[in-house]
Design a protein around this ligand. Sequence first.
Ligand SMILES: [Ca+2]
Length: 281
Amino acid sequence: MKHIPKKYFFHIIRKNHSSVVVICIWLLISLSVLAVSIGRIVFSQINFSRFYIDREQSYYLAKAALKEAMIERQNELTPNYDTLYELRTPRHIDFQGNSVEYVLIDEESKININYAGSDILARLLDSNFAADEVIDYRQKTPFATIDELLQLNGINQELFEAVKEFVTANSNKYININTAPKRVLLALGCTEASCERILQYRRGEDGKEVTKDDGVFDSLTTIAEVFQDLSIDCQKAGLLMTKSSNYTMKAHPKIGARPGGQIDIIFSSSTIQSWRTASSQ
Ligand SMILES: [Ca+2]
């Protein structure tokens, strides 16, 4: 065996030792990168699974709320009329740590784009051209949803956003005077003075809507009695009534403390007309 001088022997040892340290550091860095990558994949998989579990649970929470709302609508205490206080007061249901809150918005508080006359549409849309387009469109195919308005040349995104809360394709065509907003009443042909009078009566003594003392139009006779000294132009449209029969439930489920996104469900007393997950939060 060849003899290695002592100084070269230690040089070789030191050189190999440095190489081992470099290899160890490289391995450690590689393993760390690998661990971080695996962690990210696992974390995204967990989030992905949680998203679907939350969505599933939100669906069943909204379904339970819908069931409750349908039963309430079928057995309501005031079958001759619906008011904002009845519909917009938030309901809250708890289910073993999860919960759902909802309000109801009646479709009869809005203008039905499948039935409204051209004068009503023109006032609502502030455009005769857009009103004519709505009528041309529905003569070929009735609107299934209000989103179809965006297919018309006369209605751009800005106009749609401005009117989408006031139009529907899911009502019985009549307008509930207890719930219609001012813009809808004006579109029907009410004067500014008539609108203010109606809204003032609805607010009651406390001056606020959706409170217990709200004034109620419980029949068409009441409308005539309350407004005997006023010319109610919108009555001429023959579209006013006091009761609603189609509703949008805006449900906000919560999985524990996590919001489950808003779900909008349009329904009548026993039928679901549409179901839409409006947004995830
Ligand atoms: Ca009130």
